[in-house]
Design a protein around this ligand. Structure first.
Ligand code: ADP
Ligand code: MG
Length: 326
Protein backbone atom coordinates (compact mmCIF):
# COMPACT_ATOMS: atom_id res chain seq x y z
CA UNK A 1 0.00 0.00 0.00
CA UNK A 2 2.85 2.39 0.80
CA UNK A 3 4.17 1.89 -2.72
CA UNK A 4 0.79 2.62 -4.33
CA UNK A 5 0.44 5.77 -2.23
CA UNK A 6 3.92 6.80 -3.24
CA UNK A 7 3.24 6.35 -6.94
CA UNK A 8 -0.01 8.32 -6.72
CA UNK A 9 1.74 11.06 -4.76
CA UNK A 10 4.57 11.22 -7.28
CA UNK A 11 2.05 11.93 -10.02
CA UNK A 12 0.67 14.91 -8.14
CA UNK A 13 4.01 16.27 -6.94
CA UNK A 14 6.46 16.05 -9.83
CA UNK A 15 9.01 18.56 -8.66
CA UNK A 16 9.63 20.78 -5.64
CA UNK A 17 7.86 23.78 -7.17
CA UNK A 18 4.59 21.75 -7.46
CA UNK A 19 4.71 21.04 -3.74
CA UNK A 20 5.45 24.67 -2.96
CA UNK A 21 2.53 25.91 -5.06
CA UNK A 22 0.15 23.74 -3.04
CA UNK A 23 1.68 24.90 0.24
CA UNK A 24 1.42 28.57 -0.73
CA UNK A 25 -2.24 28.08 -1.63
CA UNK A 26 -2.88 26.45 1.74
CA UNK A 27 -1.27 29.43 3.49
CA UNK A 28 -3.38 31.85 1.47
CA UNK A 29 -6.53 29.81 2.16
CA UNK A 30 -5.66 30.12 5.87
CA UNK A 31 -5.81 33.93 5.47
CA UNK A 32 -2.11 34.52 6.06
CA UNK A 33 -0.68 37.99 5.53
CA UNK A 34 2.94 36.93 5.80
CA UNK A 35 4.46 33.94 4.01
CA UNK A 36 8.15 33.11 4.36
CA UNK A 37 9.81 30.43 2.31
CA UNK A 38 13.21 28.90 2.82
CA UNK A 39 14.85 26.35 0.53
CA UNK A 40 17.91 24.10 0.51
CA UNK A 41 19.30 22.35 -2.56
CA UNK A 42 16.52 23.46 -4.92
CA UNK A 43 13.86 22.30 -2.48
CA UNK A 44 15.06 18.70 -2.48
CA UNK A 45 16.86 18.89 0.85
CA UNK A 46 14.49 21.39 2.43
CA UNK A 47 11.36 23.27 1.52
CA UNK A 48 9.96 25.27 4.41
CA UNK A 49 7.03 27.62 4.46
CA UNK A 50 6.00 29.66 7.46
CA UNK A 51 2.73 31.58 7.60
CA UNK A 52 0.74 33.60 10.12
CA UNK A 53 -2.64 32.16 9.16
CA UNK A 54 -5.38 30.48 11.16
CA UNK A 55 -3.27 27.44 12.03
CA UNK A 56 -4.12 23.76 12.37
CA UNK A 57 -5.68 22.54 15.62
CA UNK A 58 -3.86 19.90 17.62
CA UNK A 59 -6.81 17.46 17.20
CA UNK A 60 -6.54 17.75 13.42
CA UNK A 61 -2.88 16.81 13.14
CA UNK A 62 -3.68 13.14 12.69
CA UNK A 63 -6.07 13.70 9.79
CA UNK A 64 -4.64 16.57 7.71
CA UNK A 65 -2.30 14.18 5.90
CA UNK A 66 -4.99 11.65 5.08
CA UNK A 67 -6.20 11.64 1.51
CA UNK A 68 -9.31 13.70 0.82
CA UNK A 69 -9.10 15.45 4.18
CA UNK A 70 -10.06 19.01 3.62
CA UNK A 71 -11.53 21.70 5.83
CA UNK A 72 -12.64 23.60 2.76
CA UNK A 73 -15.88 21.97 1.68
CA UNK A 74 -18.29 22.91 4.41
CA UNK A 75 -21.47 23.35 2.46
CA UNK A 76 -22.78 21.16 -0.29
CA UNK A 77 -22.60 24.05 -2.77
CA UNK A 78 -18.88 24.21 -2.07
CA UNK A 79 -18.55 21.10 -4.17
CA UNK A 80 -18.53 23.38 -7.17
CA UNK A 81 -15.27 24.83 -5.90
CA UNK A 82 -13.65 21.51 -6.73
CA UNK A 83 -13.78 22.91 -10.21
CA UNK A 84 -11.47 25.74 -9.21
CA UNK A 85 -9.14 23.92 -6.94
CA UNK A 86 -8.90 20.59 -8.67
CA UNK A 87 -8.50 17.60 -6.43
CA UNK A 88 -9.28 18.32 -2.82
CA UNK A 89 -7.35 17.30 0.26
CA UNK A 90 -4.51 15.62 -1.61
CA UNK A 91 -1.59 17.99 -1.28
CA UNK A 92 -0.42 17.32 2.27
CA UNK A 93 -1.24 13.62 1.98
CA UNK A 94 0.83 13.36 -1.19
CA UNK A 95 3.79 15.23 0.24
CA UNK A 96 3.74 13.10 3.38
CA UNK A 97 4.24 9.96 1.28
CA UNK A 98 7.30 11.16 -0.61
CA UNK A 99 9.13 13.34 1.91
CA UNK A 100 9.73 13.78 5.61
CA UNK A 101 6.99 16.18 6.58
CA UNK A 102 6.82 18.12 9.83
CA UNK A 103 3.99 20.43 10.80
CA UNK A 104 4.30 23.06 13.52
CA UNK A 105 1.15 25.05 14.11
CA UNK A 106 -0.74 27.22 16.54
CA UNK A 107 -4.32 28.43 16.31
CA UNK A 108 -5.50 31.58 18.09
CA UNK A 109 -7.32 29.67 20.86
CA UNK A 110 -4.48 27.31 21.76
CA UNK A 111 -1.95 28.47 24.33
CA UNK A 112 1.05 26.94 22.61
CA UNK A 113 2.04 25.54 19.25
CA UNK A 114 2.26 21.81 18.48
CA UNK A 115 4.67 19.91 16.32
CA UNK A 116 4.14 16.56 14.60
CA UNK A 117 6.04 14.56 12.00
CA UNK A 118 4.76 12.18 9.37
CA UNK A 119 6.19 9.11 7.70
CA UNK A 120 4.31 7.40 4.86
CA UNK A 121 1.36 9.63 5.59
CA UNK A 122 1.11 8.63 9.26
CA UNK A 123 1.55 10.97 12.19
CA UNK A 124 4.40 9.65 14.33
CA UNK A 125 3.04 9.91 17.86
CA UNK A 126 0.89 12.65 19.38
CA UNK A 127 1.78 16.29 18.57
CA UNK A 128 4.20 17.75 21.11
CA UNK A 129 3.75 21.20 22.64
CA UNK A 130 6.36 23.75 21.60
CA UNK A 131 6.73 27.54 21.72
CA UNK A 132 5.47 29.33 18.62
CA UNK A 133 3.39 32.13 17.18
CA UNK A 134 0.00 31.78 15.57
CA UNK A 135 0.23 30.20 12.14
CA UNK A 136 1.81 27.20 10.51
CA UNK A 137 5.28 26.04 9.57
CA UNK A 138 5.35 23.22 7.05
CA UNK A 139 8.77 21.61 6.74
CA UNK A 140 9.36 19.26 3.83
CA UNK A 141 12.69 17.43 3.96
CA UNK A 142 14.32 14.99 1.55
CA UNK A 143 11.61 15.22 -1.09
CA UNK A 144 11.57 12.06 -3.26
CA UNK A 145 13.92 10.28 -0.82
CA UNK A 146 11.97 7.08 -1.50
CA UNK A 147 11.67 7.65 -5.27
CA UNK A 148 15.07 6.94 -6.72
CA UNK A 149 14.07 7.29 -10.36
CA UNK A 150 12.22 10.56 -9.85
CA UNK A 151 15.15 11.99 -7.98
CA UNK A 152 17.51 11.10 -10.81
CA UNK A 153 15.18 12.60 -13.41
CA UNK A 154 15.09 16.03 -11.78
CA UNK A 155 16.98 19.01 -13.07
CA UNK A 156 19.81 20.65 -11.21
CA UNK A 157 19.07 22.29 -7.84
CA UNK A 158 19.68 25.65 -9.53
CA UNK A 159 16.94 24.98 -12.08
CA UNK A 160 14.53 23.71 -9.43
CA UNK A 161 15.23 26.85 -7.41
CA UNK A 162 14.47 28.92 -10.50
CA UNK A 163 11.06 27.22 -10.81
CA UNK A 164 10.40 27.82 -7.12
CA UNK A 165 11.34 31.44 -7.52
CA UNK A 166 8.90 31.81 -10.46
CA UNK A 167 6.05 30.36 -8.43
CA UNK A 168 6.75 32.66 -5.47
CA UNK A 169 7.10 35.70 -7.78
CA UNK A 170 3.76 35.08 -9.42
CA UNK A 171 1.85 34.50 -6.20
CA UNK A 172 3.48 37.58 -4.67
CA UNK A 173 2.35 39.72 -7.60
CA UNK A 174 -1.18 38.36 -7.57
CA UNK A 175 -1.55 38.56 -3.78
CA UNK A 176 -0.02 42.00 -3.34
CA UNK A 177 -1.69 42.53 0.04
CA UNK A 178 0.32 39.61 1.46
CA UNK A 179 3.99 39.92 2.27
CA UNK A 180 6.16 37.17 0.74
CA UNK A 181 9.79 36.23 1.09
CA UNK A 182 12.00 33.58 -0.46
CA UNK A 183 15.54 32.67 0.39
CA UNK A 184 18.03 29.89 0.23
CA UNK A 185 18.42 28.61 3.79
CA UNK A 186 21.05 30.64 5.67
CA UNK A 187 21.33 33.27 2.96
CA UNK A 188 19.66 36.63 2.36
CA UNK A 189 16.22 36.96 0.82
CA UNK A 190 16.08 36.71 -2.97
CA UNK A 191 12.49 37.92 -3.02
CA UNK A 192 10.83 40.15 -0.48
CA UNK A 193 7.57 42.00 -0.95
CA UNK A 194 5.99 44.26 1.68
CA UNK A 195 2.62 43.94 3.37
CA UNK A 196 -0.26 45.77 1.64
CA UNK A 197 1.70 46.50 -1.51
CA UNK A 198 0.11 46.63 -4.97
CA UNK A 199 0.49 44.71 -8.23
CA UNK A 200 2.64 47.28 -10.03
CA UNK A 201 4.93 47.82 -7.08
CA UNK A 202 5.47 44.08 -6.71
CA UNK A 203 6.14 43.70 -10.44
CA UNK A 204 8.74 46.47 -10.01
CA UNK A 205 10.32 44.75 -7.02
CA UNK A 206 10.47 41.37 -8.72
CA UNK A 207 10.88 42.02 -12.45
CA UNK A 208 12.37 45.51 -12.38
CA UNK A 209 11.46 49.02 -13.41
CA UNK A 210 12.02 48.43 -17.12
CA UNK A 211 8.78 46.46 -17.12
CA UNK A 212 6.97 48.26 -14.30
CA UNK A 213 7.22 51.73 -15.86
CA UNK A 214 5.59 50.55 -19.11
CA UNK A 215 2.59 48.88 -17.52
CA UNK A 216 -0.97 49.76 -18.36
CA UNK A 217 -3.99 48.60 -16.44
CA UNK A 218 -6.30 46.26 -18.22
CA UNK A 219 -9.82 45.22 -17.34
CA UNK A 220 -12.75 43.75 -19.17
CA UNK A 221 -16.02 42.24 -18.09
CA UNK A 222 -18.70 40.28 -19.86
CA UNK A 223 -21.90 39.32 -18.07
CA UNK A 224 -23.22 37.14 -20.86
CA UNK A 225 -20.06 35.05 -20.86
CA UNK A 226 -19.83 35.30 -17.08
CA UNK A 227 -16.26 36.43 -16.59
CA UNK A 228 -14.17 39.37 -15.40
CA UNK A 229 -10.55 40.01 -16.33
CA UNK A 230 -8.16 42.38 -14.59
CA UNK A 231 -4.48 42.88 -14.90
CA UNK A 232 -1.45 44.84 -15.96
CA UNK A 233 0.18 44.52 -19.35
CA UNK A 234 3.13 46.27 -20.94
CA UNK A 235 2.41 48.91 -23.57
CA UNK A 236 3.84 48.81 -27.08
CA UNK A 237 7.07 50.57 -26.04
CA UNK A 238 8.20 47.50 -24.19
CA UNK A 239 9.30 44.25 -25.71
CA UNK A 240 11.27 41.22 -24.71
CA UNK A 241 12.63 38.12 -26.42
CA UNK A 242 10.42 35.90 -24.30
CA UNK A 243 6.77 36.38 -23.47
CA UNK A 244 6.05 36.68 -19.76
CA UNK A 245 2.54 35.50 -18.99
CA UNK A 246 1.22 35.36 -15.43
CA UNK A 247 -2.29 33.97 -15.48
CA UNK A 248 -4.57 33.34 -12.53
CA UNK A 249 -8.03 31.87 -12.92
CA UNK A 250 -10.12 32.21 -9.78
CA UNK A 251 -6.89 33.00 -7.93
CA UNK A 252 -5.13 29.80 -8.95
CA UNK A 253 -1.97 29.98 -11.01
CA UNK A 254 -2.69 28.20 -14.28
CA UNK A 255 -1.56 27.89 -17.90
CA UNK A 256 -3.77 28.50 -20.89
CA UNK A 257 -1.75 28.23 -24.09
CA UNK A 258 -4.70 29.32 -26.17
CA UNK A 259 -5.12 32.64 -24.35
CA UNK A 260 -1.36 33.17 -24.19
CA UNK A 261 -0.89 32.72 -27.93
CA UNK A 262 -3.82 34.96 -28.82
CA UNK A 263 -2.55 37.76 -26.56
CA UNK A 264 0.92 37.45 -28.04
CA UNK A 265 -0.63 37.75 -31.51
CA UNK A 266 -2.35 41.02 -30.58
CA UNK A 267 1.05 42.46 -29.67
CA UNK A 268 2.66 41.10 -32.84
CA UNK A 269 0.96 43.92 -34.78
CA UNK A 270 2.75 46.54 -32.69
CA UNK A 271 6.04 45.04 -31.56
CA UNK A 272 9.16 44.38 -33.63
CA UNK A 273 9.57 40.87 -35.02
CA UNK A 274 10.21 38.17 -32.40
CA UNK A 275 9.35 40.51 -29.54
CA UNK A 276 6.86 39.82 -26.81
CA UNK A 277 5.02 41.53 -23.94
CA UNK A 278 4.76 41.08 -20.19
CA UNK A 279 1.22 40.17 -19.20
CA UNK A 280 -0.24 39.68 -15.74
CA UNK A 281 -3.90 38.73 -15.86
CA UNK A 282 -6.46 37.59 -13.33
CA UNK A 283 -9.61 35.97 -14.66
CA UNK A 284 -12.62 35.34 -12.48
CA UNK A 285 -15.50 33.18 -13.55
CA UNK A 286 -18.09 30.86 -12.12
CA UNK A 287 -16.07 27.95 -10.69
CA UNK A 288 -18.36 25.49 -12.43
CA UNK A 289 -17.18 26.92 -15.79
CA UNK A 290 -13.61 25.78 -15.24
CA UNK A 291 -12.75 22.28 -16.39
CA UNK A 292 -13.03 19.82 -13.51
CA UNK A 293 -10.74 17.32 -15.10
CA UNK A 294 -7.54 19.23 -14.69
CA UNK A 295 -5.05 17.38 -12.59
CA UNK A 296 -3.18 19.45 -10.00
CA UNK A 297 0.10 19.32 -11.89
CA UNK A 298 -1.39 19.75 -15.33
CA UNK A 299 -1.78 23.45 -14.89
CA UNK A 300 -3.18 23.83 -18.37
CA UNK A 301 -6.88 24.64 -18.04
CA UNK A 302 -9.92 24.82 -20.24
CA UNK A 303 -13.14 26.60 -19.46
CA UNK A 304 -16.63 27.02 -20.77
CA UNK A 305 -17.01 29.26 -23.84
CA UNK A 306 -13.25 29.39 -24.04
CA UNK A 307 -13.14 30.72 -27.59
CA UNK A 308 -15.62 33.52 -26.91
CA UNK A 309 -13.91 34.49 -23.65
CA UNK A 310 -10.50 34.60 -25.34
CA UNK A 311 -11.99 36.62 -28.18
CA UNK A 312 -13.55 39.11 -25.76
CA UNK A 313 -10.31 39.52 -23.79
CA UNK A 314 -8.21 39.93 -26.90
CA UNK A 315 -10.59 42.49 -28.42
CA UNK A 316 -10.57 44.56 -25.23
CA UNK A 317 -6.79 44.36 -25.12
CA UNK A 318 -6.47 45.45 -28.74
CA UNK A 319 -8.64 48.51 -28.04
CA UNK A 320 -6.57 49.32 -24.97
CA UNK A 321 -3.28 49.08 -26.87
CA UNK A 322 -4.61 51.23 -29.71
CA UNK A 323 -5.57 53.85 -27.14
CA UNK A 324 -2.13 53.84 -25.54
CA UNK A 325 -0.30 53.99 -28.86
CA UNK A 326 -0.74 57.66 -29.71
P1 ADP B 1 -6.95 21.17 0.69
O1 ADP B 1 -6.15 22.43 0.64
O2 ADP B 1 -7.45 20.78 -0.64
O3 ADP B 1 -8.03 21.21 1.74
P2 ADP B 1 -4.49 19.98 1.61
O4 ADP B 1 -3.99 18.58 1.62
O5 ADP B 1 -3.73 20.98 0.83
O6 ADP B 1 -6.00 19.95 1.09
O7 ADP B 1 -4.64 20.46 3.10
C1 ADP B 1 -5.41 19.68 4.00
C2 ADP B 1 -5.98 20.52 5.12
O8 ADP B 1 -4.92 20.92 6.00
C3 ADP B 1 -6.61 21.82 4.68
O9 ADP B 1 -7.98 21.65 4.31
C4 ADP B 1 -6.47 22.69 5.92
O10 ADP B 1 -7.51 22.42 6.83
C5 ADP B 1 -5.19 22.21 6.56
N1 ADP B 1 -4.04 23.07 6.22
C6 ADP B 1 -3.05 22.81 5.36
N2 ADP B 1 -2.14 23.80 5.31
C7 ADP B 1 -2.57 24.75 6.19
C8 ADP B 1 -2.07 26.04 6.62
N3 ADP B 1 -0.93 26.55 6.11
N4 ADP B 1 -2.77 26.72 7.55
C9 ADP B 1 -3.93 26.21 8.06
N5 ADP B 1 -4.45 25.01 7.70
C10 ADP B 1 -3.79 24.28 6.78
MG1 MG C 1 -4.40 22.60 -0.42
Amino acid sequence: EAVINRIAAGEIIQRPSNALKELIENSLDAKSTNIQISVKNGGLKLLQIQDNGTGIRKDNFDIVCERFTTSKLEKFEDLSSIATYGFRGEALASISHIAHLTITSKTSDEICAYVGSYIDGKLQGPPKPIAGNQGTIITVEDLFYNMFVRKKALRSPAEEYQKISEVVSKYAIHNANVSFSLKKSGENNDIRTPLNSNHVENIRIIYGNLIARELIQFSCENDALGFKANGFVTNVNYSSKKMMFLLFINHRLVDCQNLKKCIDLVYATYLPKNSHPFVYMSLEMNPSYVDVNVHPTKHEVHFLNEEQVVEAVVTALETKLLGSNN
